[in-house]
Design a binder for this molecule. Structure first.
Ligand SMILES: Cc1cc2nc3c(=O)[nH]c(=O)nc-3n(C[C@H](O)[C@H](O)[C@H](O)COP(=O)(O)OP(=O)(O)OC[C@H]3O[C@@H](n4cnc5c(N)ncnc54)[C@H](O)[C@@H]3O)c2cc1C
Length: 379
């Protein structure tokens, strides 16, 4: 039986394999999805532990693993490029697999519940629902209920979700029907931050209809913008650099899930066929429209990239150039993480919370760029 007293990845695969329906995924007191076990139903069969990425110190390796290869990918569809988070590799992969009779697992923002949820997509006209990064921990359970072991799937998700799912597919002998795409993952923040933040901007009795965590209206890179909309009108839009509270507290690692701080999936460590992400770093630093970086990890991944040349501009890249802007080591939890998590549960005014606890980011964002350049040059 998995240990539910620790803060695991919350991927939900344990609930998918539990034949006694003893496991549900619930929101923890700190605002993260966590499994709960009904001990009166549990038969101690060990299936949940067997698939759990968190309880295995190793990463499950695909059977057709190859030496990693790096690529830059940009969709040829200019309109699409303006809507996706980086270069549109995720969308183009989804489109390709749909044409080959796969179903697509991806993440949408669920405006009824104000959460990120995995959904199953069956046709190209639905694919735009999963466009864009949602910087929230996705709820997987309802989508997992739709898994049919006779069907073929491409699954987009966090590296930890994929590690557990590959274990599930291997146990069921259906691994060859699944293609896995993960991303360089920064971690997931507490839903208490998201709830406080969205409540701060949305008036009582109104509801957010759409969120773009990575709106490109001001550019890509550091001008990334958070935009929240109601029907046809923008409620709020602010860049990371202009001290958007959510993006800064997320990228500042203040309240990530505990398991994200000692994540084993940084750099090239993955159980997926392809890892995608933003091609941060120096090579594309002046690019304003977005470039995806992709690491191909398996033979199936390699065969897939060849099929993307029709819809995307693809270049082979040096792996270290691609890794330049990525997290490659463990992230240290800030000393006051517990304190901030507790404050998020109170009525404390969000701007005050931000200025007290994230004042270093506030200062960094408030110094004019010209002065920053001088500081960098002379100090
Ligand atoms: C929580 C999180 C942290 C990330 N951290 C990094 C990072 O440190 N470095 C980096 O380079 N890239 C990171 N990314 C990935 C990056 O933001 C882009 O998603 C990636 O570059 C793909 O871009 P695209 O243009 O192909 O995306 P799109 O075509 O816009 O596709 C994005 C894909 O991501 C999936 N997705 C969105 N939100 C979630 C979620 N919450 N959980 C699981 N899957 C989701 C969608 O289903 C979709 O398939 C992160 C993404 C998330 C969600």
């Amino acid at each position: 039986m998995i240990n539910t007293n620790i803060s695991c990845y919350g991927c939900g695969v344990c609930s998918l394999v539990c034949k006694s329906f003893a496991i549900t995924i619930q929101m923890s007191g700190d605002g993260f999805w966590q499994p709960k076990i009904d001990l009166t139903r549990c038969t101690n069969c060990g299936q949940c532990e067997n698939v759990c990425s968190y309880t295995h110190p190793d990463i499950i390796q695909p059977k057709d693993k190859i030496e990693s290869q790096a690529y830059s990918i940009v969709t040829k569809d200019r309109k699409l490029l303006s809507e996706v988070s980086s270069g549109g590799a995720g969308y183009e992969l989804g489109k390709l697999f749909l044409k080959n009779n796969y179903k697509v697992f991806g993440v949408e923002y669920d405006n009824n519940k104000n959460i990120a949820s995995h959904i199953v997509i069956k046709s190209e006209n639905e694919l735009k629902k999963i466009i864009g990064s949602k910087y929230l921990q996705s709820y997987t359970v309802d989508a997992f209920k739709q898994v049919d072991i006779k069907e073929k799937y491409i699954f987009f998700g966090c590296p930890c979700q994929i590690d557990s799912l590959r274990r599930f597919t291997r146990n069921k002998n259906i691994e060859r029907n699944w293609f896995f795409v993960d991303f360089f993952c920064h971690g997931v923040p507490s839903y208490h931050l998201w709830e406080k933040y969205s409540r701060h901007y949305v008036k009582k009795n109104t509801r957010i209809m759409g969120v773009k965590f990575r709106d490109k209206c001001n550019g890509w890179h550091k001008s990334m913008t958070m935009t929240m909309t109601m029907t046809n009108s923008i409620i709020y839009s602010r860049t990371l650099r202009k001290n958007d509270y959510f993006l800064n507290m997320f990228f500042g690692n203040y309240v990530l899930n505990e398991s994200c701080y000692n994540c084993k999936f940084h750099g090239l460590n993955s159980a997926a066929d392809i890892r995608i992400g933003d091609f941060w770093g120096r090579k594309y630093k002046n690019n304003k429209t977005g470039v995806s970086g992709a690491i191909v990890l398996t033979q199936a991944g390699c065969d897939t990239i060849k099929k993307l040349y029709q819809s995307c501009i693809i270049h082979e890249e040096d792996i270290n150039t691609l890794l330049e802007g990525q997290i490659v080591n463990e992230i240290k939890p800030p000393k006051n993480r517990r304190f901030i998590l507790e404050k998020l549960k109170t009525n404390m005014f969000l701007p005050l919370l931000y200025f007290i606890f994230a004042y270093k980011r506030w200062l960094k964002n408030s110094i004019p760029i010209g002065i920053k350049k001088i500081i960098r040059k002379y100090f």
